[in-house]
Design a protein around this ligand. Structure first.
Ligand code: 8YV
Length: 328
């Protein structure tokens, strides 16, 4: 089948240049509003297309895949994380899955550092004072935060994004520690000046800041559960730019409220937009609406990856970013 005969459906509005290129290359159905598709709309669309381009806001589970038509052959995800897609069921049904790794690494790592600084330097509290018009001028003890330099950073998940966080944090003078399923090669450890902890418990107990950078998989679900959160120093700060499910959000909220943890910077949540209201009220918490990779450059590069994955598939080859079950 040639590219222009391949039918593609995109579940969300993408940057104009990406949509224009999709139209040039394929027989594409674009979204005309920016609401996530309902289950019904998704079920309808997977019946008739060869390729679906979903995002993190679409749940592509076994029940949905059971409704797919025989044409559906590729899920070209717009995004790196694929925990919203049942890749085992997709594979059983002969549907390939691809994602967009690499192009959102730097943006997400930048956001992890932005959150670290926001929490430790109390930036939102400063902004609130200015916006309220209540600022009475400089004072020696006003809004004192803590310095990142000299603090121990424990990175949970030392893939591309974890390593990019390490590089940035080192520039701020932080000491780099990490836990990962697999230890890094010694050259990389040396280059990053990073200390490996085989035991996550031991690392967590000794760090000043924890940054979550692992994907959400069945084995990372609630990796930071109540027991492990309690191992953190009461002066500790936790940052999450990965997936909310890695942290037990209710346990975290309880600890932050009780002053058993100094602060948190979160870009992602365990139950999507349904955020614990108590978490939203805390002044030692900085919450962002999943904007870690939200740069125009990043979104266009993500689109470019999606295009390449579909085009390569349409030309009869394996998509370069095919996700193979079991590798995450
Ligand atoms: C994306 C993300 O914007 O790529 C990811 O895994 O978490 C986000 O930064 C989102 O997933 C788009 O689908």
């Amino acid at each position: 089948m040639s590219s222009d005969q391949i039918s593609v459906a995109v579940t969300r509005r993408l940057p104009d240049v990406v949509e224009a290129r999709l139209k040039e290359l394929f027989d594409v159905k674009l979204r005309d509003n920016d609401e996530p598709m309902t289950r019904l709309e998704l079920a309808e669309i997977v019946k008739s297309v060869d390729v679906l381009v979903p995002t993190v806001t679409d749940r592509i589970d076994a029940a949905l895949l059971a409704q797919a038509g025989p044409r559906l052959k590729l899920l070209a995800n717009f995004g790196a994380g694929i925990d919203h897609i049942d890749i085992d069921t997709a594979r059983q049904r002969g549907v390939l899955v691809s994602n967009t790794p690499g192009v959102l690494t730097d943006d997400t790592a930048d956001m992890a550092l932005a959150l670290m600084l926001s929490v430790t330097r109390r930036i939102p509290e400063g902004l609130a004072v200015m916006q309220s018009g209540d600022w009475t001028g400089w004072a020696p003890n006003a809004l004192l935060g803590g310095r990142l330099g000299g603090r121990r950073l424990g990175i949970l998940g030392m893939g591309r994004i974890g390593q990019a966080v390490a590089r940035r944090a080192a520039v701020f003078g932080m000491q780099i520690h990490y836990h990962n399923r697999k230890r890094l090669r010694s050259e990389i450890e040396e280059e990053l000046d990073a200390t490996y902890w085989e035991s996550l418990d031991q690392m967590v107990a000794r760090m000043d800041v924890i940054s979550i950078n692992c994907p959400h998989t069945p084995s990372t679900f609630h990796l930071m559960n109540a027991r492990r959160l309690k191992l953190m120093k009461p002066t500790g700060v936790i940052i999450n730019t990965s997936r909310g499910e890695v942290i037990d959000e209710n346990a975290l909220t309880r600890m932050l409220r009780a002053g058993e943890l100094a602060g948190a910077g979160l870009d992602v949540y365990e139950h999507g937009t349904d955020i614990n209201p108590r978490l939203r009220q805390l002044s030692n918490v900085v919450l962002l609406p999943h904007m870690g990779s939200a740069t125009i450059e990043g979104r266009i590069e993500m689109g470019e990856k999606v295009l390449i994955n579909i085009k390569t598939f349409a030309d009869g080859h394996r998509p370069p970013d095919q996700v193979v079950p079991g590798v995450l």
